[in-house]
Every structure is written in structure tokens, then in C-alpha cells.
Design a protein around this ligand. Structure first.
Ligand SMILES: [Zn+2]
Ligand SMILES: [Zn+2]
Length: 324
């Protein structure tokens, strides 16, 4: 399913199977999650515009062909392919162990073809081996919603009382991790979204309400998953002195002006960009220990446009996943 023009539906096309270079592998896709970032790609809201492009960066599949220099992966292995598709290994960020900020990166489903397809080619060094026997559809959302969520949770610090703004794919995974860590999770949905609020409570949130509501307790930290800039001052208002607000999305509407007193007393606002491979290694160790169960809605690959519009309209609970 190919994006040919921004803002237009993806187009089903039959292409020859892609061939891996010496350092790449080809993966037969079993499931590919639909991430909010895919909406930003399709709508042309991100800066590095590459067309045509196959979206999708929450890929689970089996290796079916390996380049001649690839040693660490074998045909038949179950693997995951995330957003981070390549880094240069040489810029100051790569050298400094911050490859998520690489100056010359490639991203799956954004600057290189992704998983809304039957096959995808990936640089072998950025592919995560997965345990055999897991459910492919249930695993797919972990590749971005889970991973970026995990990085956001780490950057939010150790605060016990954590607010999650926007209770979609990422929050529904990270709420489970935070509860497993013994934190109190407070979930903020769109005002009036009773179904989303009871979903959050079911997953362990001790409180759930609209983003316009004042929570019953002061937050130590907050993560904003919704792409809504107006949530930044609201979250700052809800965190204690020295508290931290993490913006987890790649794109957000403008943040409205707000009084300095909301930031005063050492409150912090920061963003999370991409992921490192060690985030992945760490997170996939936690998944079975925390007993994460994802809620998914599967769509046949050819209905990718419908999955994207359901996500855009907020008609989903949990995560959409495409199955070829
Ligand atoms: Zn680099
Ligand atoms: Zn994503």
C-alpha cells in the first residue's frame, strides 16, 4: 500500500519482491501496526519528504532472504522492525550513544519503505530478533507504541504519580508497564470519552478523566501522547514543583502561550525523539516480565486506508494492525 501523494489514500500496487543488499535482510511481513506517525507521514506533516513511500514501522515477520554479509540473522527467524532504520555511526550523536538523534538517519516507513506490504527490506543491524511462538498481531504495536512509550517513560523519571495524556496505542501499553513498576497511573482522555476512560481503568489506571479535568492528586510527571499542543500547559498545571512533562509524539499542534508561573519552580518540558537499539533490547526484556497484553484491531492490508481513518477519527481502542 503505497503513498504517492500527500493527503491522498494509499494505493494498492503489485511490485516485484524487494532484494536485500549485502548488509540487509528481506522480511516477509506477518503484521504491521498502524502508528499515529503514519498519519503524519501520509498527511505530509513531517519534514523529510520522500515519495513514493510505503508507510509502516511496527513490523513483525520472518526473515526470508539475507544479504551475503549478514551473520546475526538467519532465514526463518521471527523478527521485529522498528522506526529507526539506519544511523551513520559517525556523527557526534552516534558516537555519544545517542543514535536516536543521528544527523543522517533513515526511518522505516518514512524515508525508507516500511511494512504496509507483504515484504520489506531492512538493514540487518536495526532488526530485533523476537522469541518464536508469540502472537504476531499482538506483538506489532510493541515495535513503536511500546518502544517510544518506554523511552518516554524512562525520560519521565521515577515519579510515582504519572499522568498519561491521550490514551491510545502507546498509553495502553505504558500504563501496564507503569502499574507493574508500582506507580499510580492517571489517564487523561478527550473530554467526555467515557469508553476510553473505562478502558484506562481496566488497564490499571487509578483515575481516569478528561484532559480538561483537574486530577485528584498532584502528578510527579506526565507524558503527552496526543498530538495536541494545548495539553502542554494543562499538564504543566497538573505536575508538582520540579515535575516533568514529556512530549512523546513526532508532531504536535502549536503550543499556546502560557503564563511563566506554570513552568516556574523547576518544572521541565522535553520531547522524545525516535529510539535507540538499546531501548529495544531493554524493552523486549520487560515485556514478558510486566505481562503486557496489547489490545488490537486487525485489518487486512488492503484496508490500510480504513485503519488510518479510524485512527484519525479516534474510533479505535488500543492499536490497529494490518495483516497481509
Ligand atoms: Zn549518526
Ligand atoms: Zn510510531
Amino acid at each position: 500500500m503505497i503513498l504517492q501523494r500527500y493527503g491522498e489514500p494509499l494505493v494498492l500496487m503489485d511490485r516485484p519482491d524487494p532484494q536485500p543488499s549485502a548488509t540487509e535482510v528481506r522480511v516477509r511481513v506477518a503484521a504491521c501496526g498502524v502508528c499515529r506517525t503514519d498519519l503524519h507521514v501520509v498527511d505530509g506533516e513531517l519534514p523529510d519528504r520522500t515519495l513514493p513511500i510505503i508507510p509502516g514501522h511496527e513490523i513483525v515477520g520472518r526473515v526470508d532472504l539475507i544479504g551475503r554479509e549478514v551473520k546475526q540473522l538467519q532465514p526463518g527467524m521471527r523478527v521485529g522492525i522498528p522506526w529507526l532504520g539506519y544511523t551513520c555511526g559517525q556523527c557526534r550523536y552516534c558516537v555519544d550513544d545517542r543514535e536516536n538523534l543521528c544527523d543522517r538517519p533513515q526511518f522505516t516507513g518514512y524515508t525508507r519503505d516500511g511494512g504496509y506490504a507483504t515484504h520489506v527490506v531492512a538493514d540487518a543491524r536495526y532488526v530485533f530478533p523476537l522469541s518464536d511462538g508469540g502472537d504476531d498481531v499482538a506483538t506489532a504495536p510493541l515495535l513503536c507504541a511500546g518502544l517510544i512509550g518506554w523511552r518516554s517513560l524512562r525520560l519521565a523519571g521515577d515519579g510515582r504519580r504519572i499522568g498519561l495524556y491521550g490514551f491510545g496505542a502507546a498509553a495502553h501499553i505504558i500504563a501496564q508497564v507503569a502499574c507493574w513498576q508500582g506507580r499510580d497511573v492517571l489517564a487523561f482522555t478527550k473530554p467526555g470519552d467515557g469508553a476510553g476512560q473505562s478502558f484506562a481503568r481496566k488497564l490499571g489506571a487509578c483515575w481516569a478523566g478528561g484532559s480538561d479535568e483537574t486530577p485528584p492528586i498532584e502528578l510527579d510527571c506526565a507524558i503527552i501522547f496526543a498530538p495536541v499542543g494545548a495539553l502542554v500547559p494543562l499538564a504543566l498545571k497538573a505536575v508538582r514543583k520540579g515535575g516533568r512533562v514529556v512530549c512523546a509524539g513526532i508532531h504536535m499542534s502549536d503550543i499556546p502561550a502560557f503564563p511563566y508561573r506554570l513552568l516556574w519552580e523547576e518544572r521541565q518540558v522535553l520531547s522524545v525523539a525516535n529510539l535507540t537499539r538499546s531501548d529495544g533490547a531493554e524493552f523486549f526484556q520487560i515485556v514478558p516480565r510486566a505481562g503486557i497484553v496489547t489490545e488490537t484491531v486487525a485489518y487486512p492490508l488492503i484496508r490500510a486506508n480504513e485503519a488510518l481513518s479510524d485512527l484519525k477519527a479516534g474510533r479505535l481502542q488500543g492499536a490497529a494492525v494490518l495483516v497481509p
